[in-house]
Design a protein around this ligand. Structure first.
Ligand SMILES: [Zn+2]
Length: 252
Protein backbone atom coordinates (compact mmCIF):
# COMPACT_ATOMS: atom_id res chain seq x y z
CA UNK A 1 0.00 0.00 0.00
CA UNK A 2 1.33 3.42 -0.96
CA UNK A 3 1.40 6.05 1.78
CA UNK A 4 3.29 8.91 0.11
CA UNK A 5 0.91 11.30 -1.64
CA UNK A 6 3.39 12.22 -4.38
CA UNK A 7 3.79 8.56 -5.34
CA UNK A 8 0.04 8.02 -5.75
CA UNK A 9 -2.03 8.68 -8.85
CA UNK A 10 -5.11 10.87 -8.43
CA UNK A 11 -7.34 7.79 -8.46
CA UNK A 12 -5.29 6.22 -5.66
CA UNK A 13 -5.44 9.49 -3.74
CA UNK A 14 -9.21 9.55 -4.20
CA UNK A 15 -9.47 6.07 -2.75
CA UNK A 16 -7.49 7.17 0.33
CA UNK A 17 -9.38 10.42 0.89
CA UNK A 18 -12.78 8.73 0.49
CA UNK A 19 -11.94 6.51 3.47
CA UNK A 20 -9.68 8.67 5.65
CA UNK A 21 -9.74 12.14 7.22
CA UNK A 22 -6.12 12.25 8.46
CA UNK A 23 -2.71 13.08 6.95
CA UNK A 24 0.90 13.71 8.00
CA UNK A 25 2.89 16.76 6.88
CA UNK A 26 6.62 17.02 7.68
CA UNK A 27 8.06 20.56 7.93
CA UNK A 28 11.70 21.56 8.47
CA UNK A 29 14.35 24.05 7.48
CA UNK A 30 17.49 24.33 5.38
CA UNK A 31 20.10 25.88 7.64
CA UNK A 32 23.64 25.43 8.86
CA UNK A 33 24.23 22.54 11.27
CA UNK A 34 27.95 22.86 11.83
CA UNK A 35 30.70 21.69 9.48
CA UNK A 36 29.72 18.03 9.86
CA UNK A 37 25.95 17.93 9.26
CA UNK A 38 23.95 18.54 6.07
CA UNK A 39 22.12 21.87 5.73
CA UNK A 40 18.94 19.83 5.34
CA UNK A 41 19.24 18.20 8.80
CA UNK A 42 15.94 19.53 10.16
CA UNK A 43 13.84 18.68 7.15
CA UNK A 44 15.61 15.38 6.48
CA UNK A 45 14.92 14.17 10.03
CA UNK A 46 11.28 15.33 9.88
CA UNK A 47 10.82 13.55 6.55
CA UNK A 48 12.31 10.27 7.83
CA UNK A 49 10.17 10.27 10.99
CA UNK A 50 6.99 11.14 9.08
CA UNK A 51 7.52 8.55 6.36
CA UNK A 52 8.36 5.76 8.80
CA UNK A 53 5.25 6.57 10.83
CA UNK A 54 3.12 6.64 7.69
CA UNK A 55 4.45 3.21 6.73
CA UNK A 56 3.63 1.78 10.17
CA UNK A 57 0.14 3.28 10.43
CA UNK A 58 -1.12 3.47 6.84
CA UNK A 59 -1.70 7.21 7.20
CA UNK A 60 -0.97 9.36 4.15
CA UNK A 61 2.25 11.42 4.23
CA UNK A 62 2.98 14.51 2.16
CA UNK A 63 6.30 15.74 0.81
CA UNK A 64 8.39 17.59 3.35
CA UNK A 65 8.26 21.39 3.30
CA UNK A 66 12.01 22.02 3.35
CA UNK A 67 12.38 25.73 4.16
CA UNK A 68 11.73 27.29 7.54
CA UNK A 69 12.31 30.27 9.80
CA UNK A 70 16.08 30.38 10.10
CA UNK A 71 17.33 33.88 9.26
CA UNK A 72 19.38 33.75 12.48
CA UNK A 73 21.71 31.30 10.72
CA UNK A 74 22.07 33.31 7.50
CA UNK A 75 25.77 34.27 7.92
CA UNK A 76 26.53 30.58 7.43
CA UNK A 77 26.57 29.75 3.71
CA UNK A 78 23.69 27.83 2.20
CA UNK A 79 21.06 28.69 4.82
CA UNK A 80 17.77 29.49 3.04
CA UNK A 81 15.48 31.36 5.44
CA UNK A 82 11.85 32.25 4.86
CA UNK A 83 9.75 34.60 6.99
CA UNK A 84 7.30 33.40 9.68
CA UNK A 85 4.46 34.90 7.60
CA UNK A 86 5.47 32.97 4.48
CA UNK A 87 5.90 29.68 6.34
CA UNK A 88 2.54 30.10 8.05
CA UNK A 89 0.74 30.85 4.79
CA UNK A 90 2.46 28.09 2.83
CA UNK A 91 1.74 25.42 5.44
CA UNK A 92 -1.80 26.73 5.93
CA UNK A 93 -2.61 26.59 2.22
CA UNK A 94 -1.18 23.07 2.07
CA UNK A 95 -3.41 22.02 4.97
CA UNK A 96 -6.47 23.68 3.43
CA UNK A 97 -5.80 21.84 0.16
CA UNK A 98 -6.03 18.61 2.15
CA UNK A 99 -9.19 19.96 3.80
CA UNK A 100 -10.78 20.28 0.36
CA UNK A 101 -10.55 16.47 0.06
CA UNK A 102 -12.10 15.90 3.45
CA UNK A 103 -9.00 15.79 5.66
CA UNK A 104 -9.88 17.17 9.11
CA UNK A 105 -6.91 15.96 11.17
CA UNK A 106 -3.34 16.85 10.23
CA UNK A 107 -0.21 15.90 12.10
CA UNK A 108 2.71 18.21 11.46
CA UNK A 109 6.10 16.63 12.16
CA UNK A 110 8.20 19.72 12.79
CA UNK A 111 11.95 19.23 12.57
CA UNK A 112 12.97 22.82 13.40
CA UNK A 113 12.18 24.49 16.72
CA UNK A 114 12.28 27.95 15.12
CA UNK A 115 9.10 27.10 13.17
CA UNK A 116 7.09 26.28 16.26
CA UNK A 117 5.48 29.66 17.08
CA UNK A 118 4.29 30.22 13.50
CA UNK A 119 2.90 26.67 13.31
CA UNK A 120 1.08 26.98 16.65
CA UNK A 121 -0.53 30.24 15.48
CA UNK A 122 -1.50 28.59 12.22
CA UNK A 123 -3.01 25.59 14.02
CA UNK A 124 -5.31 27.94 15.96
CA UNK A 125 -6.42 29.60 12.72
CA UNK A 126 -7.06 26.26 11.06
CA UNK A 127 -9.19 25.11 13.95
CA UNK A 128 -11.51 28.01 13.10
CA UNK A 129 -11.72 26.56 9.60
CA UNK A 130 -12.61 23.07 10.76
CA UNK A 131 -9.16 21.47 10.50
CA UNK A 132 -7.47 20.17 13.66
CA UNK A 133 -3.65 20.22 13.57
CA UNK A 134 -1.31 18.51 16.01
CA UNK A 135 2.39 19.43 16.06
CA UNK A 136 5.08 16.89 16.93
CA UNK A 137 8.73 17.68 17.78
CA UNK A 138 11.09 14.74 18.20
CA UNK A 139 13.32 16.26 20.89
CA UNK A 140 10.25 16.89 23.04
CA UNK A 141 8.89 13.38 22.48
CA UNK A 142 12.22 11.96 23.68
CA UNK A 143 12.40 14.49 26.51
CA UNK A 144 13.04 11.84 29.18
CA UNK A 145 15.53 9.76 27.25
CA UNK A 146 17.71 12.54 25.83
CA UNK A 147 19.21 13.77 29.13
CA UNK A 148 20.05 10.14 29.98
CA UNK A 149 21.99 9.72 26.73
CA UNK A 150 23.53 13.16 26.32
CA UNK A 151 25.14 15.71 28.64
CA UNK A 152 23.71 19.22 28.47
CA UNK A 153 26.67 20.47 26.41
CA UNK A 154 25.91 17.77 23.79
CA UNK A 155 22.31 18.87 23.38
CA UNK A 156 22.72 22.24 21.64
CA UNK A 157 22.15 23.08 17.99
CA UNK A 158 24.25 20.76 15.77
CA UNK A 159 25.60 19.06 18.88
CA UNK A 160 26.06 15.34 19.53
CA UNK A 161 22.32 14.80 20.03
CA UNK A 162 21.30 16.08 16.60
CA UNK A 163 24.39 14.69 14.89
CA UNK A 164 23.61 11.22 16.31
CA UNK A 165 20.18 11.32 14.65
CA UNK A 166 21.85 12.09 11.32
CA UNK A 167 24.41 9.32 11.86
CA UNK A 168 21.66 6.73 12.12
CA UNK A 169 19.38 8.13 9.41
CA UNK A 170 21.82 9.56 6.87
CA UNK A 171 25.31 8.18 7.67
CA UNK A 172 26.61 8.80 4.15
CA UNK A 173 26.12 12.56 4.27
CA UNK A 174 27.49 13.25 7.74
CA UNK A 175 31.19 14.25 7.82
CA UNK A 176 31.89 13.15 11.36
CA UNK A 177 35.60 13.84 10.79
CA UNK A 178 34.67 17.54 10.56
CA UNK A 179 32.76 17.58 13.88
CA UNK A 180 33.94 20.17 16.42
CA UNK A 181 33.32 21.20 20.01
CA UNK A 182 32.71 24.87 20.65
CA UNK A 183 31.52 26.54 23.79
CA UNK A 184 29.08 29.31 22.81
CA UNK A 185 30.37 32.82 23.54
CA UNK A 186 28.41 35.81 24.84
CA UNK A 187 27.84 39.16 23.16
CA UNK A 188 29.36 42.05 25.18
CA UNK A 189 25.97 43.67 25.92
CA UNK A 190 24.28 40.52 27.29
CA UNK A 191 22.83 41.25 30.73
CA UNK A 192 20.33 39.73 33.14
CA UNK A 193 16.71 40.33 32.16
CA UNK A 194 17.59 41.47 28.65
CA UNK A 195 16.61 39.70 25.46
CA UNK A 196 18.54 40.40 22.27
CA UNK A 197 17.88 39.58 18.61
CA UNK A 198 20.94 37.34 18.44
CA UNK A 199 22.14 35.55 15.34
CA UNK A 200 23.99 32.26 15.59
CA UNK A 201 27.19 33.93 14.42
CA UNK A 202 27.16 36.09 17.59
CA UNK A 203 27.69 32.98 19.70
CA UNK A 204 29.60 30.43 17.64
CA UNK A 205 32.15 30.41 14.82
CA UNK A 206 31.56 26.85 13.69
CA UNK A 207 27.74 26.82 13.97
CA UNK A 208 27.95 24.15 16.69
CA UNK A 209 26.65 24.96 20.16
CA UNK A 210 28.62 22.75 22.53
CA UNK A 211 29.98 19.29 21.90
CA UNK A 212 29.39 17.34 18.70
CA UNK A 213 32.40 14.97 18.44
CA UNK A 214 30.78 12.46 20.81
CA UNK A 215 27.87 11.74 18.43
CA UNK A 216 27.14 8.06 17.83
CA UNK A 217 24.83 6.06 15.62
CA UNK A 218 24.05 3.73 18.55
CA UNK A 219 22.68 6.61 20.61
CA UNK A 220 20.86 7.96 17.56
CA UNK A 221 19.20 4.58 17.08
CA UNK A 222 17.84 4.59 20.63
CA UNK A 223 16.42 8.07 20.16
CA UNK A 224 14.95 7.19 16.78
CA UNK A 225 13.17 4.11 18.12
CA UNK A 226 11.68 6.05 21.03
CA UNK A 227 10.60 8.93 18.86
CA UNK A 228 8.96 6.80 16.16
CA UNK A 229 7.11 4.72 18.73
CA UNK A 230 5.76 7.92 20.38
CA UNK A 231 4.76 9.24 17.00
CA UNK A 232 3.01 6.00 16.01
CA UNK A 233 1.18 6.01 19.33
CA UNK A 234 -0.06 9.54 18.69
CA UNK A 235 -1.12 8.80 15.10
CA UNK A 236 -3.13 5.77 16.19
CA UNK A 237 -4.98 7.86 18.80
CA UNK A 238 -5.42 10.74 16.37
CA UNK A 239 -6.73 8.42 13.66
CA UNK A 240 -9.33 6.97 16.00
CA UNK A 241 -10.44 10.33 17.42
CA UNK A 242 -13.67 11.77 16.07
CA UNK A 243 -13.37 15.32 14.80
CA UNK A 244 -16.51 16.34 16.71
CA UNK A 245 -14.83 15.26 19.95
CA UNK A 246 -11.66 17.21 19.11
CA UNK A 247 -13.53 20.38 18.14
CA UNK A 248 -16.49 20.77 20.45
CA UNK A 249 -19.59 22.67 19.43
CA UNK A 250 -21.18 25.34 21.67
CA UNK A 251 -22.71 23.85 24.81
CA UNK A 252 -26.43 23.25 24.76
ZN1 LIG B 1 18.41 21.25 13.72
Amino acid sequence: MKVKLHEMSWTEAKEYFMKNDIAILPVGSNEQHGPQNPLGTDHLIAKALAEETAKRTGVLCLQVIPFGISSHHKQFWGTIPISPKTLKEYVKETCLALGYYGVRKILIVNGHGGNRCALVEMARELREKGVFVSIFQWWEAAGKLLPELFKSEERGHAGAEETSMNLVLYPKIVRIDKAVNEEPSKLSVESAGVSLPLDTVDETNSGVFGKSTTASAAKGKKVLETVVSELVKHVKLFKKAKIEDLMRKPKV
